[in-house]
Design a protein around this ligand. Structure first.
Ligand code: THU
Length: 137
């Protein structure tokens, strides 16, 4: 398989998660799979709303679910956009949220299929990240 990597399984789980997308307006399904430091995976899908701005992206669904379960240590995130012809990276809001919980070197894998995907890092999708000077207390 083209692009074979140790994240094949994580990406496959993101693809599976996209099946559960609630996207009656855009018909653009997105799935995300978040790898935790204990090896477990939490998935998410985009959830749209008829008040469009309330839509929650797949990445944020997965991250917020994990955080709400008391998990905060994430190793990698895979994002699947099966309705696109090319890999679609996370939106700006999701990049900011990803950077809140994942270090710059953490892998970010996104693709429209197993054979058409990009493997980069948090820093790759979100360079010149800001506001790290704000201390968590
Ligand atoms: N979407 C995501 O789930 N993640 C992204 O990073 C990009 C956009 C969703 C939001 C909306 O439901 C659909 O894709 C079209 O924008």
């Amino acid at each position: 398989m083209k692009n074979a990597s140790k994240y094949d399984d994580l990406f496959a789980q993101a693809m599976e998660a996209a099946v559960n997308a609630y996207a009656p307006y855009s018909h653009f399904r997105v799935g995300a799979a978040l790898l935790l430091d204990d090896g477990s995976v939490i998935t998410g899908a985009n959830v749209e709303n008829r008040s469009y701005g309330l839509t929650n992206c797949a990445e944020r669904t997965a991250i917020f679910h994990a955080v709400a379960m008391g998990k905060r240590n994430f190793t990698a995130i895979a994002i699947a956009t099966p309705d696109a012809k090319y890999p679609v990276g996370p939106c700006g809001a999701c990049r900011q949220v990803i950077s809140e919980f994942m270090p710059p070197e953490a892998p970010v894998i996104f693709g429209s299929s197993a054979d058409n995907r990009i493997e980069t890092t948090v820093e790759g999708v979100y360079p010149f990240d800001s506001l790290h000077e704000l201390q968590k207390t």
